[in-house]
Design a protein around this ligand. Structure first.
Ligand SMILES: CC(C)(COP(=O)(O)OP(=O)(O)OC[C@H]1O[C@@H](n2cnc3c(N)ncnc32)[C@H](O)[C@@H]1OP(=O)(O)O)[C@@H](O)C(=O)NCCC(=O)NCCS
Length: 74
């Protein structure tokens, strides 16, 4: 989620998130929302403030394509 820089910290992010939650709450088969964001950026504190927390069960994993190609050619 991104709010244009000059409009940040004016409550737009909260309104967008509230409207997303309201929308998914109306659909009976959606029980959770997951998001991906960088650590140590303002967005992380924004999401924490809105009840998001790191999942104790799930982990985000990633790899650079280059490192896979390098490993295969080694
Ligand atoms: C994160 C983001 C979507 C929040 O939207 P927003 O409209 O700025 O948020 P709101 O005005 O509803 O809420 C503000 C709260 O968010 C947090 N926050 C947002 N921007 C912040 C900043 N630059 N520095 C510190 N806290 C920040 C604070 O908790 C703030 O509360 P406060 O103003 O009372 O201190 C928006 O700042 C943004 O687009 N950031 C850059 C892009 C980004 O990192 N997106 C996330 C990728 S997943």
């Amino acid at each position: 989620m991104c709010v244009i820089p000059h409009s940040q910290r004016t409550g737009l992010g909260k309104r967008l998130l509230d409207s997303l939650v309201k929308e998914v709450a109306d659909r009976d088969n959606i029980i959770a929302i997951y998001l991906l964001t960088n650590r140590d950026v303002p967005a992380a504190s924004f999401y924490s403030k809105h009840h998001f927390a790191a999942s104790p069960k799930k982990v985000v994993m990633g790899v650079s394509v280059r490192s896979i190609l390098d490993a295969k050619s080694a």
